[in-house]
Design a binder for this molecule. Structure first.
Ligand code: BG6
Length: 481
């Protein structure tokens, strides 16, 4: 691991506080940071280095998965400096370069620079352009850019953004964060199958009926209406997280596909995703919006009553779709995906449902399909549902065989991703081709939204989503698990 500088744009923001500082601290505790590391946090307001370090400490105390240790805290905090910065002013970058260089000289570290952009999308262009103009990117060591979503708002704006980034950074130097790719269960899908040949033999095209990917949330729009009311579930969760999960599941679950885990294969999956023309969207896609309801017995307001949301908003807070992957390994196996806010529970999972038609219900009453469930968050577990006979009434009942890991010891997504970016391993970041193809697939659906070709269904807060989403699966004689 090479010594380096981390320049963090947006160091006073929420992401830095909740995720990035704790991730850095936990990497530090594990000895997974370079021996010499200079971290320069940037923000608009004036803060002294001491106050910034004390803010970092507060963030660790509030959000670190492991408690803060007095013995090493001063050493960790000594890596941080703060710089008051206005991204729109050219001189800010010249002064930043001076600070970066002076810390590099002081600590004797090579000019390896990792720029982390945790800023409003409107600033990305101006920052990368000025990084180049100021010479911050003309260093003797390596340079890398980590960028948070949203990566554009449609295929056109995503391409424009990418073209701009590519003026300063090559594709190999750009690390597009999709934090779902940092979740430990997602990262271990490949090795899970390799380590368990029995799972591989289960995941046989002839045995699988369908695959279901769910990312449900209990939270509503929170304080983000400004962004969310324009993005909706389709841009906020589907184009990135859900399609990445589809690619990962389709690529890594069968071992034969995982053998060559190159990016080309991952793009191969998204390329095989059958397009849904806008005129047919209503047959394959359900969009929804939450109404007032109750979550864990507490009444909550509907989406259009939320602060910052207009009473006539038609924004989607729920999305479900049936996908077809035209790939030899998945021919004839539907992938159902769904995501929603204000649902009954927080859960991200992949369910593989096995065919059940061959089981004779007269001879074996009460049986139901076998399921393999990979729970990604909030807990990590693998469960297999099998049928077991109740001696009392001679009926079969479904029984779960569960294996879960201890989540306290699990590194957070941002820890794994920051570590990879520091090492220069971009396996679990979203490659431009994947992002572009995802937007291309989403495009006709956005048009269907705009042209009102898709009805907006409602669902009660605290429920499992609109009834139309259940009907979507009933057409294929399936149901959500
Ligand atoms: C973010 C979305 O990318 O992912 C949020 O912008 C969403 O709206 C969040 O709540 C969900 O992430 P997780 O890790 O809690 O499932």
């Amino acid at each position: 691991m090479e010594d380096m500088t981390l320049v963090l744009f947006g160091a006073t923001g929420d992401l830095a506080k909740r995720k990035l500082f704790p991730a850095l601290y936990n990497l530090y505790l594990d000895g997974k940071l370079p021996a010499k590391l200079s971290i320069i946090g940037l923000g608009r307001k004036y803060i002294s280095d001491e106050d910034f370090q004390s803010n970092v400490e507060k963030a660790l105390r509030a959000y670190s998965r492991r408690s803060v240790q007095a013995s090493n805290l001063p050493d960790f905090l000594s890596k941080f400096r703060y710089f008051t910065f206005d991204a729109t002013i050219k001189e800010s970058y010249e002064k930043l370069l001076e600070l970066v260089e002076s810390r590099e000289n002081e600590l004797g570290i090579p000019q390896n620079r990792l720029f982390y952009l945790s800023v409003a999308p409107s600033l990305v262009d101006v920052i990368t352009t000025n990084l180049h103009a100021s010479g911050l990117d003309q260093n003797e060591g390596w340079k890398r850019l980590i960028i948070e979503k949203p990566f554009g708002s449609n295929v056109k704006t995503a391409r424009r953004l990418n073209d701009k980034l590519r003026k300063t950074f090559s594709e190999e130097e750009i690390y597009r964060i999709d934090h779902y790719l940092g979740k430990p269960m997602v990262q271990s899908l490949n090795t899970l199958i390799l380590a368990n040949p029995v799972l591989d033999s289960l995941l046989d095209q002839k045995l699988i009926s369908n695959v279901q990917i769910t990312a449900s949330e209990v939270v509503g729009v929170e304080t983000r209406a400004d962004y969310y009311d324009k993005a909706g579930a389709i841009r906020d969760m589907v184009q990135n997280h859900l399609l990445q999960l589809v690619m990962m599941a389709a690529l890594y679950l069968p071992e034969n596909l995982a053998e060559n885990k190159s990016r080309a294969k991952k793009t191969g999956i998204i390329e095989s995703l059958r397009p849904i023309p806008k005129e047919e969207a209503h047959q394959h896609v359900v969009r929804g919006q939450y109404e007032a309801g109750e979550i864990h017995d507490v009444p909550v307001i509907g989406y259009t009553e939320e602060q910052g949301v207009g009473a006539s908003s038609k924004n989607d807070t729920y999305f479900a779709a049936r996908l077809a992957i035209d790939h030899p390994s998945w021919e004839g196996i539907p992938f159902y995906i769904r995501t929603g806010k204000r649902m009954d529970k927080k859960s991200t999972q992949i369910v593989v449902e096995f065919k059940h038609k061959m089981v004779d219900p007269d001879r074996l009453p009460g049986t139901s399909p076998n399921l393999l469930v990979l729970e990604i968050s909030p807990n990590e577990s693998i469960s297999l549902r099998v049928n077991l006979k109740e001696p009392s009434d001679n009926q079969f009942k479904p029984v779960w065989i569960d294996f879960s890991t201890n989540s306290e010891n699990q590194p957070e997504a941002y820890e794994l991703l920051l570590f990879d970016a520091i090492l220069g391993d971009s396996t679990f970041f979203a490659h431009w081709k994947e992002v572009e193809l995802s937007w291309e697939w989403i495009e006709p659906l956005l048009e269907a939204y705009q042209e009102d070709l898709l009805p907006l269904h409602t669902y009660r807060a605290g429920s499992t989503g609109p009834e139309a989403a259940d009907e979507l699966l009933q057409k294929g004689q399936h149901k959500w698990w």
